[in-house]
Design a protein. Structure first.
Length: 278
């Protein structure tokens, strides 16, 4: 079974202040995404696609060279002009279009069922195991692995989360909540999306269609074309199902500079080798 891991690494990390996708962290002194790649390889994934910007490619070539022949790695480039079909905009955009556009940039090189994740998040190996088991069952539906809200909050600032409504192990809706902290969510612990999705390749057809609609309707240069919006469209139109496998694990990430030390310490308590790629 051929299964691809796609990693979104094209963000500019403006809130973080530097390219956090390439920060060295944890017991193996590698990037956060490399722990995910390591887990994916051990569980049976066969290919990695890194979504990057061309101007940052040298950083990711270093990562690719470090991983070596452990798994096939390809680059997909998130470029502002891709898939815009020459639609004229009345503004100049600088930031990437968003997570759904990032995935669309893989359309021509991704031919397998796949998992897509964020480069700057740590999900734990159990989620990759659950995703592989899901695909082994030859499901025709898609997959989301949500985490409980309180397992995903930063102690160092506000975060945004996609709150999931679930019925009979199917995703019914996903709603973006902004400015969440430990203090303003006390007593609340719904499942939330951390962008751990499992997709069939049919998703690309919907994303390409919806991106064209997005460009025609959104003339605010700050608007983003997000995976959650694509998923909501598919669910609301009852086109395809999204099965849910709830994660009980702690999520770790580096939204803010101050998140790096606790994430590093948490990773050091896990069973990763000192040299991940030896």
């Amino acid at each position: 079974m051929q299964t691809t891991l796609i990693i979104m690494a094209a963000g500019k990390s403006s809130r973080y202040g530097s390219l956090k996708q390439t920060e060295i962290i944890g017991p193996s002194a590698v990037t956060l995404m490399e722990y995910s790649i390591y887990d994916a390889i051990n569980i049976g994934f066969t290919e990695v696609i890194l979504i990057i910007r061309k101007e940052t490619q040298s950083y990711f070539e270093t990562i690719k060279n470090r991983i070596g022949n452990a798994i096939k790695i390809q680059f997909a480039y998130q470029d502002l002009e891709q898939f815009t079909n020459n639609i004229e905009l009345d503004y100049t955009r600088e930031n990437p279009w968003g997570t759904a556009h990032a995935l669309l940039c893989c359309k021509d090189i991704c031919t397998n069922q796949f998992v897509i994740i964020n480069a700057d998040d740590f999900y734990g190996n159990r989620s990759f195991e659950n995703a592989i088991d899901f695909f082994k069952n030859e499901k025709k539906s898609h997959l989301i692995i949500p985490y409980y809200l309180q397992n995903t909050l930063s102690k160092n600032g506000k975060v945004n989360r996609g709150v999931c409504e679930i019925e009979n192990n199917l995703l019914i809706s996903i709603e973006e909540k902004v400015g969440l902290t430990k203090d303003n969510t006390e007593g609340e612990n719904p499942p939330v999306s951390m962008n751990f999705w499992g997709f069939q390749t049919s998703i690309f057809t919907f994303i390409q269609q919806l991106f064209t609609d997005f460009l025609k309707c959104h003339q605010n240069k700050g608007d983003e074309f997000l995976l959650g919006d694509v998923v909501s469209y598919i669910i609301n139109k009852k086109i395809e199902d999204f099965e849910v496998i709830q994660s009980e694990q702690q999520w770790y990430g580096i939204t803010y500079k101050e998140d790096k030390a606790p994430t590093h310490n948490a990773l050091c308590k896990l069973q990763y080798p000192k040299n991940l790629w030896s």
